[in-house]
Design a protein around this ligand. Structure first.
Ligand SMILES: *Cc1c(COP(=O)(O)O)cnc(C)c1O
Length: 493
C-alpha cells in the first residue's frame, strides 16, 4: 500500500512519508493507491476495545508501520485523555444512534485524529531518518486549532503555529486556543475568514523557496489539517467501531446495512465514512449535512461546485467553509483517478471559484445524500431533542440531526442511522442554551455552563475547567498578506 497525489498519479510515496509531507509537493492530496479491504473478519471484532478496532482498520492503510509502532501510537493517543474508556460511545436517542466523538481533551471530534497524529508523525520521521524539527502549520475554523495545540503542545521535536479567523470562532474556542501554555505553541488571529486562513497556509506550504530556506535552518513543514492522511485514516476506525456497537447491542446483524449522517465542513469526516464503506463496511447512504454555507448541498444536487457566494457566519462555525478541501479526494475518484483532470478542476476552483463535473462523474456520487439545515432548523432540533429525549446536543450535531430527521421523514428509509456527534454541547453553550429557551440569550457563557450542567446532568468537562481560570498567552493579530512574515518571525528566519 502506497499513497499517490491527486494532482500527479506518478507522485507515489510510502504511508509514513505521506504523513510527514501532509500535502503532496505538487499541491495535491495523498490518496491510497488502492482501497484496502478490512482483512480482519467483522465477527471477530465484535466486543473488542476501541484500540483493537482502530488497529485492525489503521494497519490496512499504514502498511510500513510495524505492529509495535502502530499499537504504540494507538495506545498513546486513546488513553485516559478521553473521559470514557469506550473512547467513542454510541448513544441511542429516539430512532437515531449518536456516535459521540467529543470525549477527548478539547471536547470535539478532531481529538479523535489529532490525539494520534503527533505520534504517527514522530514515528514516521524516525522511520525516514528525518532529523529536522517538524513545524505544524494549521488554519482552523475553531476546533482543529485547539485539538492540534493539545496534541502537539509539549511534544519534543515539534513547533505548532495556528491561524484562526478573528471573530470567526466562538468565544470559548478562542479562549481554549489563546490559553495554551506550552512554549512550542503559537496562536495568531487573522483579519479574514477561515478560507482566507486556509489559503494563506496553503500558499506558505507551496512556497518552494521558503521551504528550502527552512530546511537549511533545520525545520520541515507538515500539516495537521484534515488534508493529512494521518488524520483521515484514524477517522475511518470509528465508523467501523460504531457498526460493531450496533451488532453488539443487537440492533443489527453482521452484513445489515446502516446509513451514516455527518455534519460536514471540510469533507474529512464524511470522507472517512466513505473510505470505511470502500473497505467493505455495509454502509448504504452517507448523508452529508451542511449548514447555511451549503456549497456541498448544491454540488451534489447540480454537479457545480461554486464558492462564489456570500460567506455566512452561523452557530456551527466549524462548518462555515466554502472550500471543502477533502472533496478533492472524492473528485479524484470520480474522474477515474485521472490526476490531470482533477488538477484542472481544482485550478478552476482557485482561478474562477467554480467548476462543473460531467454527468458521468455525477453518476458516481450516488452513495451521498446531501441536506442542509438553516439556523432556525438547527435551534429547533436542539430544543425538540431536549424536550422529547432529554438529550442535549451541540449546534453542529444538530445540523446533522435535522438533516437526518428530514431525510427519514421524506424518504421513509428506516435503515438504522449513525449520526456523527462532533462536539460537546459545552463547547457551544450560549447557542445551545438559547435554542432550548430564549430566556438564556445574551447571558454570560460561564453562567450558562452552570445552567447546562443543571439541565443536562452531564459533568462539566475538564476542558471547560481549564479555561475558566487560564491566562491569555497569545495575542498576535495579522492581515492575511503578513502570514508568512509571522511564521518567519516565530522560527527566527
Ligand atoms: C471540524 C468539525 C466539523 C466538520 O468536519 P469536516 O471533517 O471538516 O467535514 C463538524 N463539527 C465540528 C464540531 C467540527 O469541529
Amino acid at each position: 500500500m502506497k499513497f499517490k497525489s491527486t494532482r500527479n498519479s506518478n507522485n507515489i510515496v510510502s504511508p509514513s512519508l505521506a504523513i510527514i509531507q501532509g500535502l503532496a509537493s505538487d499541491g495535491g492530496l495523498f490518496v491510497p493507491t488502492h482501497m484496502p479491504k478490512l482483512s480482519t473478519p467483522l465477527d471477530t471484532l465484535v466486543g473488542k476495545s476501541y484500540q483493537e478496532v482502530a488497529y485492525a482498520v489503521m494497519k490496512e492503510f499504514l502498511t510500513d508501520f510495524t505492529e509495535d509502532e502502530l499499537k504504540y501510537c494507538i495506545d498513546s493517543a486513546y488513553d485516559s485523555k478521553f473521559d470514557t474508556e469506550e473512547i467513542a460511545p454510541l448513544v441511542q436517542v429516539g430512532d437515531a444512534y449518536y456516535l459521540e466523538l467529543f470525549h477527548g481533551k478539547t471536547i470535539a471530534f478532531k481529538d479523535m485524529a489529532l490525539s494520534i497524529l503527533p505520534y504517527l508523525m514522530i514515528t514516521s520521521a524516525k522511520k525516514n531518518n528525518i532529523k529536522e524539527k517538524i513545524v505544524i502549520l494549521t488554519a482552523t475554523s475553531g476546533d482543529t486549532g485547539k485539538a492540534a495545540l493539545a496534541g502537539f503542545g509539549g511534544v519534543d521535536g515539534t513547533e505548532i503555529i495556528v491561524f484562526y479567523p478573528r471573530g470567526g470562532v466562538s468565544k470559548i474556542q478562542e479562549l481554549q486556543m489563546v490559553t495554551t501554555k506550552e512554549s512550542n505553541t503559537h496562536v495568531i488571529s487573522v483579519n479574514g475568514n477561515f478560507d482566507d486562513c486556509q489559503t494563506g497556509v496553503k500558499n506558505i506550504f507551496n512556497n518552494e523557496e521558503f521551504k528550502k530556506e527552512l530546511l537549511d535552518k533545520g525545520y520541515r513543514f507538515s500539516s495537521a489539517n484534515s488534508i493529512n492522511v494521518g488524520r483521515l485514516v484514524p477517522q475511518v476506525a470509528y465508523y467501523v467501531w460504531a457498526y460493531l456497537k450496533l451488532v453488539q447491542n443487537n440492533t443489527i446483524k453482521i452484513g445489515d446495512k446502516i446509513n451514516i449522517t455527518v455534519p460536514t465542513g471540510n469533507f474529512g469526516n464524511i470522507l472517512a465514512a466513505y473510505y470505511a464503506k470502500k473497505m467493505g463496511m455495509p454502509f448504504n447512504k452517507l448523508i452529508c449535512a451542511s449548514n447555511s454555507n451549503k456549497v456541498l448541498f448544491d454540488f451534489f444536487k447540480t454537479g457545480e461546485y461554486n464558492r462564489n457566494r456570500e460567506f455566512v457566519l452561523t452557530s456551527s462555525p466549524s462548518m462555515d467553509i466554502l472550500i471543502s478541501s477533502n472533496l478533492e479526494r472524492l473528485i479524484y475518484e470520480i474522474v477515474g483517478s485521472d490526476s490531470t483532470i482533477c488538477k484542472t478542476l481544482m485550478e478552476d476552483l482557485v482561478d474562477k471559484g467554480d467548476y462543473q463535473i460531467t454527468n458521468e462523474m455525477k453518476s458516481k456520487l450516488t452513495d451521498f445524500v446531501p441536506g442542509y439545515a438553516t439556523e432556525e432548523n438547527t435551534f429547533e432540533t436542539i430544543k425538540s431533542t431536549y424536550e422529547k429525549h432529554n438529550y442535549v446536543m451541540d449546534t453542529h450535531t444538530a445540523v446533522a440531526g435535522y438533516v437526518y430527521n428530514n431525510y427519514r421523514r421524506t424518504t421513509n428509509d428506516l435503515t438504522p442511522c449513525v449520526i456523527a456527534s462532533t462536539a460537546s454541547p459545552y463547547k457551544f453553550t450560549p447557542n445551545v442554551m438559547a435554542a432550548i429557551d430564549p430566556k438564556y440569550k445574551g447571558l454570560d457563557p460561564f453562567d450558562l455552563i452552570d445552567k447546562l450542567h443543571e439541565l443536562s446532568g452531564i459533568d462539566e468537562p475538564l476542558a471547560i475547567k481549564e479555561i475558566r481560570d487560564g491566562n491569555i498567552m497569545h495575542n498576535i493579530n495579522t492581515d492575511t498578506n503578513k502570514m508568512l512574515d509571522i511564521v518567519k518571525n516565530i522560527l527566527g528566519i
